[in-house]
Design a protein around this ligand. Sequence first.
Ligand code: FAD
Length: 273
Amino acid sequence: MLAVRSCATLSEAAGILSGDRQAVLIGGGTLVMRDVNEGKLTEGTLLRVTDPAFRRIDAGGGRIELGGGVTMGQILATRELAFLHAPARAIGGPAVRNMASVGGNLFASAPYGDFAVALLALDAQVVVQSGFGSGRATPLEEFLSARERMGTALVATIQIPRPASPGDFHFRKISRVKPKGISVLSIAAHLPLAGGRVSQTRVAYGAMAPTPIRARGVERALEGKALDAAAIAAAKQAALEGCRPATDAIASEWYRREVLPVHLGRLLAGEPR
Ligand SMILES: Cc1cc2nc3c(=O)[nH]c(=O)nc-3n(C[C@H](O)[C@H](O)[C@H](O)COP(=O)(O)OP(=O)(O)OC[C@H]3O[C@@H](n4cnc5c(N)ncnc54)[C@H](O)[C@@H]3O)c2cc1C
């Protein structure tokens, strides 16, 4: 049987999660409740967190902090987070966005996880209240690579360095069905320029591996270069390094490998999709 328990504080929820292997945290519930409705989750305790800190947005400074339970709808309603509106808008339709949380998106299996792709390109850090790396700010990339083996974890906060120039951040979700289709793939790129050359760029993909990944070959190809036709050609050449896309109901592995360099090239050139 399934029980539902409300926790007034994050520490109460963290304590239950670390002591009860059958306890499952609910963020927005868009995936958890689907498992319940489909009879895949029938035993244990569903934990709701009512702690206001879980839904808090601190968007005022150079370092943005989002509570793990912040929804895509909350992000879209926050003007200071305009640079995150494209990835937030990419998650499902309006009803899903009003429930889907940032913390939950970090656990969504490919081809979901579009918002996590944006966070990866923005060098976000994750603060976990219980489980892997408790209490310290962990780079999202490290967190994602430990995701499958970390067991129970409670993502309390996500920290994002604000891009110096919001126009340097780009996000594209490639889907076959508009506007709400699931990702064939997604690409996020932070391309700061110093003296006309790309400096400390970060590029990330969704649906090109079991978790969102950095496109390290692309980053190397672009670093220190002017964003011209030669640099874009080199980036496209390196685009598939480290990719392990799946074949699923949305697209085949072959198709994902074929179209990724095309869409990456268009994003880097500032062309429409
Ligand atoms: C119709 C539909 C369309 C969708 N479209 C997209 C899409 O386009 N792109 C996309 O990326 N995703 C999509 N999703 C997937 C999902 O809605 C999102 O990934 C969402 O962000 C998941 O967040 P949630 O809070 O609802 O997760 P939940 O369902 O609450 O939780 C999912 C998992 O994460 C864990 N979890 C949740 N929050 C935390 C936390 N703070 N700390 C630790 N663990 C946590 C839960 O225990 C559970 O294991 C879609 C889902 C549906 C049903």
